[in-house]
Design a protein around this ligand. Structure first.
Ligand code: FAD
Length: 462
């Protein structure tokens, strides 16, 4: 054991310093299996003081840190680079896992807020808020593994953005360890607090490049009325968007508007052993969830009169209708494992709503002519103009197909990352969505806080 690991062991205890390759394996490979790297150890601090001491010790040793929460990120930001990517002589990084930071404070009933540790999963936060009579406004399919720290650090979106906005809209304060080990803490939760720079806002979406988030103060929302879910067969994005604006009673809140194409539906049916849910075959399936008291009355019967539709009002049916959508990413990964490339290329784009259908058609057309592509599908958050593009066939390191997709996104003035972040996967394309001046400003902030580039090097910036 080298000197650094001896010092880190003194801080977190031997059982929280993992160096056995078998124990480290799940930490150094990401959820998509496309990104894997090398680290000298996985360190699992149990509180903020330990995180701070770990960061200081690594800084003094000139060793970089990769920060990891639930490791469900889809852009390779949660795992270190491979050793061959490292400059010769540079020591391997240390991977700091935040999963033991599971502080869950009592819900502040007056403010409708809660302070939680970075390692708390979204699922546990939902249960905690629910037990106190509140809800947390961010939800996504990886809820049982994704952590609060990870979702803040990526400014995660998910299935409720149409109702409550992205994670940034929920963050009221933050506690974090800066790259020099200094702790900043601003968890008072004041709604109005114009006292200088918004550091919590800066940390939100910083993908571990500015430090380690250890706790977050979050706004909660009042529970909605019981909901109903409609699954509707549609032939185009245009028809789906039209229904989103015409098929829901005006006084009813829309909680989700998701879309899945036929390819993804078929793959989800295989992986989840589900039957086709509608009477006819359709190019796309639209999922709408509305807070109408769970009666199904939130949908306008006349607008849906000519549609192939199934409505769920009981919990079991709603869960089944959601499953086609929530199993998408997994379904493409399972399918990819059977193809030559072995992994699915996953892209997360957003497009101005008026061009969404046109862009998806162009992508489908280009991919159908792309020799290595075996399967192409899109699904995503329709209301936010956010599509997840899944491609199987090309090798994991064949980036030409990703480039092809992102060049179409640039043509329609979309974003190369709607909600997953830049990570390692999209550093080359940052400049297609952000101007040179913006990137220079971001680099200046990074440089000011992390002169030696020790915090998540290779993430966001090349
Ligand atoms: C099935 C599935 C569905 C998904 N659906 C969605 C979706 O609908 N919307 C969406 O936005 N994303 C979605 N994701 C992606 C993923 O769940 C999110 O990006 C999530 O925010 C990652 O959280 P995590 O705890 O797993 O973070 P990780 O994957 O561990 O890390 C992600 C990034 O955050 C950094 N990080 C993690 N914790 C901290 C911390 N405490 N301090 C500083 N930096 C940190 C890491 O270094 C990395 O750069 C999905 C993923 C899966 C597998």
């Amino acid at each position: 054991m080298n000197h650094l690991l001896v010092e880190l062991t003194k801080i977190v205890g031997a059982q929280h310093v993992l160096t056995d390759p078998e124990l480290m394996a799940p930490y150094v490979t990401d959820w998509t299996r496309r990104w894997r790297g090398d680290a000298q150890a996985v360190i699992r601090p149990g509180n903020t003081a330990e995180v701070s001491a770990v960061v200081r010790t690594c800084r003094d040793a000139g060793v970089s840190i990769t920060v990891q929460g639930g490791n469900t990120g889809l852009v390779g930001g949660s795992v270190p680079a491979t050793h061959s990517d490292d400059v010769a002589g540079v020591p391997l990084p240390v991977l700091v896992s935040t999963r033991r930071l599971t502080r869950l404070d009592e819900v502040d009933q007056l403010a409708g807020q809660v302070t939680v540790g970075a390692g708390v999963t979204l699922g546990d936060l939902h249960k905690h808020a629910g037990a106190a009579g509140w809800e947390y406004g961010v939800d996504l399919a990886a809820r049982d593994s994704a952590t609060v720290g990870g979702t803040v650090s990526t400014n995660a979106g998910g299935i409720r953005v149409i109702a409550y906005g992205m994670t940034r809209a929920q963050v009221r304060g933050i506690e974090a360890v800066l790259p020099d080990g200094e702790v900043i803490e601003h968890l008072g939760g004041l709604v109005k607090d114009n006292t200088g720079y918004d550091l919590a806002g800066l940390f939100t979406g910083s993908e571990g490049t500015l430090g380690i988030i250890t706790a977050v103060r979050l706004s909660l929302v009042r529970p909605t009325a019981a909901t109903s879910v409609a699954l509707i067969g549609v032939s185009s994005f245009g028809q789906a968007l039209h229904l989103l604006h015409t098929a829901i009673e005006s006084e009813v809140s829309v909680l989700a508007a998701e879309i899945t194409d036929r390819t993804g539906m078929r793959l989800a049916m295989e992986v989840a052993t589900l039957a086709w849910p509608l009477t006819g075959d359709h190019q796309f399936v639209l999922l709408l969830e509305v807070a109408d008291g769970g009666t199904g009355g939130g949908f306008i019967a006349d607008a849906l009169a000519d549609c192939d539709v199934v409505i769920g009002i009981d919990a079991l049916t709603k869960k089944r209708l959601w499953e086609y959508r929530e199993r998408q990413s997994e379904a493409f990964s399972v399918h990819a494992a059977k193809t030559a490339g072995g992994i699915a290329h996953k892209l997360d784009i957003s497009i101005p709503l008026q061009h969404l259908g046109e862009c998806a058609d162009e992508l489908r057309d280009r991919m159908s002519r792309y020799p290595q592509v075996d399967t192409f599908g899109v699904f995503g958050h329709l209301g936010d103009g956010n599509l997840h593009v899944e491609i199987t066939g090309p090798d994991a390191d064949d980036e030409s197909v990703d480039f092809e997709v992102l060049s179409v996104v640039a043509k329609y003035q979309g974003s190369v990352s709607a909600e997953h972040g830049i990570g390692r996967a999209k550093t080359k394309w940052l400049d297609t969505s952000r101007s040179t001046s913006e990137i220079l400003a971001m680099r200046a902030i990074k440089q000011a806080w992390d002169q030696n580039n020790l915090m998540n090097p290779g993430v966001i910036f090349t």
